[in-house]
Design a protein around this ligand. Sequence first.
Ligand SMILES: *Cc1c(COP(=O)(O)O)cnc(C)c1O
Length: 385
Amino acid sequence: MIPYGKQLISQNDIDSVVRVLQSDFLTQGPQVPLFEKIVSAYCGSKFGVAVNSATSALHIACLALGLGEGDYLWTSPNTFVASANCGLYCGAKVDFVDIDPKTYNLSTKELEKKLIQAKQDNKLPKIVIPVHFAGQSCDMVKIYSLSKEYGFKIIEDASHAIGGKYLDRPIGSCKYSDITVFSFHPVKIITTAEGGLATTNDKELLRNMQLFRSHGVTRDPKLMTKVSEGSWYYQQIDLGFNYRMIELQAALGISQMERLDEFVALRHKRQIRYDELLKGLPITLPFQDLNSYSALHLYPIQIKTNKLRSTRKEIFEALRKNNIGVSVHYIPVHTQPYYENMGFKKGDYPNAESYYESTISIPMFQGLTIKMQDEVVNVLKKVLV
Ligand SMILES: *Cc1c(COP(=O)(O)O)cnc(C)c1O
């Protein structure tokens, strides 16, 4: 099976992890802060906070921004459930903004419309989470200017987007946001097995996220509410979690970061080739924005079923039967039973829904060889009937 996404592990990655296993620290040693420094330097942000997943990063990002009961968090319905769940973890209400049918990212037109209405209803969001779908940046200039007008904070869900750029700046610079979150799950661009990281330029957000990552416990005398009782002393000043990344993960991440640019460049080579080989078929190819250098996490095609006898489902199953490990991104979050139980229903976000009905993510990863890609194209041509 040729998967839709897969990690690429080198001997250097393996050696780095083994070296940590032989060292003094398996957790809370030098690798994690080094990894944070390397990623934030790469992105051009001041700080980084590494955690055990992007889901955890989204959670502590929301907590650091003070999200709580009575607040609203908005995100795109075309995302993994974690981008919305983080709001619920904090006791906030979650709502969605429909996508732009061309970019599949959150539509800034819809966002503006919804903000005007929310202002009248006194239900403005505290946080908006744009998701850089497939690795391509949202229109951050517009979202940032709306955030100033309507007073909300921005967390970029860049789980798909490390190594990408927006207006010539690396994604994660936080030029147009408060916090950016990355995922290092093996199907993403680089991996730490499980893992995530939040970047920010704000010292207070950094401190808050560090607290929530580790039990709400601090050893910093400046943050303590009582005088220290000795050098063993620590204080719990908030309710945090154990979301820490371990040294093995960070060592793998540091080694993977060395090849990030190479990985994204390889994905671009494959994208250009797909664009060439698939043109003229009854499918819509993913739009590539010239303001953005996509990290190309995914290559989602839309099946023009009105020009075919087969349904999307039949084409999907035929691809799988021929060992092409396709996937679908995403089932709109608001149509998940858990969200339907909160009152959302099919029909609420028609663009995300109609995109979902016709999309298939075909293989796109740094280890995809020309031979594998030709196989994908040949099978696709065969099954598009
Ligand atoms: C993968 C992903 C997440 C969750 O990442 P984990 O590291 O698995 O927690 C969140 N948002 C999006 C858009 C993702 O693709």
